[in-house]
Design a protein around this ligand. Structure first.
Ligand code: NAD
Ligand code: MG
Length: 384
């Protein structure tokens, strides 16, 4: 039986993780659940899974959650970063599913590693902002890190049984999102609803917008750089609108190994939870004969400037990826609130990056400082 903490249990990845837990009840015990503000769903999850600990964003929500639970409920309720760290480091927990969205996931994820917990990592922003520090911690604390992001899970699966020094490059696939065929001049006028309407995947709002701008693929290039220890020149991106091939690894002999499947996050989540075993994940089996075709092409860097910004941040290194990530989080939020147009997202991030001089990040505290600097700068540049 594997004992789990699920950080971000009310989100898209969190709820899919709990679906797997329910389907394989004999394999898992949920020790802790955390959410931001969706306390209705968290209360239902607490009743269902009876974790030792449940965590919400602040003390006020913690009070509301306590009132929603039956008297005699033994689940301890905590709040804030302190609560997230307690959930990530709970003595009974063996594996932490890191499924908080954004840089808010960094501190609890780092705490989990320091406490020796294995990780199923969905929160890509952790590696984008602090990749070198996180991979160092993983090595030092001898924990196992399983990627949940579908592309990275595909690469991980395509590398099994192979020697990493035989890899010539990895090819991350990208659906291209809802605006793949939208003329560039129309992009400024697309609505929030258009941008949230992803053709192949059902996901949280932030990553859905990131997919529409292709910043998501940029973040994934940086994530891959750290997970697989490959330089940017050896991480390619191919647009593949059908999202059937989840990514590929090309070896020095010219052979390419790919991982395929119906686009559903339950498959990579289940693999991270039960590795090296494979269990039924509830994902619809793939019938290639039902598909009209699989296509691939190079991304249009003009239509999707965020992808170029991410490669640039990776090349500049040091604090730049953390600054880019935080600027993106603020810009996406501003777009969702109707404060800037869709094309304004990339423009804003670029201005913040241009006003930043990268510097070394020696600790998680340094990363948080760069993150705060960038958020402040981005907000200053927002229209009033
Ligand atoms: P989501 O918005 O659906 O869920 C986020 C979860 O984090 C929720 O439980 C929310 O309550 C919690 N949360 C949000 N802000 C918080 C904060 N400040 N403090 C504490 N908790 C907070 O997001 P998601 O789509 O499930 O994505 C989660 C992570 O997984 C992201 O990093 C995303 O990039 C990554 N990811 C998601 C998918 C997907 O299909 N959804 C695929 C690959 C990777
Ligand atoms: Mg992905």
């Amino acid at each position: 039986m594997k004992h789990l903490t699920i950080l971000g249990s009310t989100g898209s990845i969190g709820t899919s993780t709990l679906d797997i837990v329910v389907a394989h009840g004999e394999r898992f015990r949920v020790e802790a659940l955390t959410a931001g503000s969706n306390i209705e769903l968290l209360a239902a999850q607490v009743r269902r899974f009876s974790p030792r600990l449940a965590v919400v964003q602040n003390e006020e929500l913690a009070g509301e959650l306590r009132d929603m639970l039956p008297t005699g409920c033994s689940t301890e309720i905590m709040s804030g970063v302190e609560g997230l760290i307690a959930a990530a480091t709970l003595p009974e927990t063996e594996m932490v599913v890191a499924a908080i969205v954004g840089a808010a996931g960094l501190v609890p994820t780092a705490a989990a590693i320091k406490a020796g917990k294995d990780l199923a990592l969905a929160n890509k922003e952790t590696l984008v902002t602090a990749g070198h520090l996180i991979m160092d911690l993983v090595e030092r604390h001898e924990v196992r890190l399983y990627p949940v992001d579908s592309e990275h899970s595909a690469v991980f699966q395509s590398m099994e049984g192979h020697r990493s020094h035989d890899i010539s490059r990895i090819i991350l696939t990208a659906s291209g999102g809802p605006f793949l065929n939208t003329p560039t001049e129309m992009l400024q006028r697309v609505t929030v609803a258009d941008a949230l309407n992803h053709p192949n995947w059902s996901m949280g709002k932030k990553i859905s917008i990131d997919s529409a701008t292709m910043m998501n693929k940029g973040l994934e290039v940086i994530e891959a750089r750290w997970l697989f220890d490959l330089p940017a020149e050896r991480i390619a991106v191919n647009i593949h609108p059908q999202s059937i091939i989840h990514s590929m690894v090309e070896y020095v002999d010219g052979c390419v190994i790919a991982q395929l499947g119906t686009p559903d996050m339950k498959a990579p989540i289940a693999y991270a939870l039960t590795y090296p075993e494979r269990v039924p994940s509830g994902v619809k089996p793939l019938d290639l004969t039902e598909l009209s075709g699989l296509t691939f092409f190079k991304p249009d860097m003009e239509r999707f400037p965020c992808l170029g910004l991410a490669y640039r941040a990776l090349a500049e290194g040091e604090s730049m990826p953390a600054v880019m990530n935080a600027a993106n989080e603020v810009a996406v939020e501003a777009f969702l609130q109707g404060r800037i147009g869709f094309s304004g997202i990339a423009a804003l991030i670029e201005r913040v990056m241009e006003s930043h001089l990268p510097h070394d990040l020696g600790s998680i505290a340094d990363v948080l400082e760069a993150d705060v600097w960038s958020r402040t700068k981005t907000r200053e540049l927002l229209p009033a």
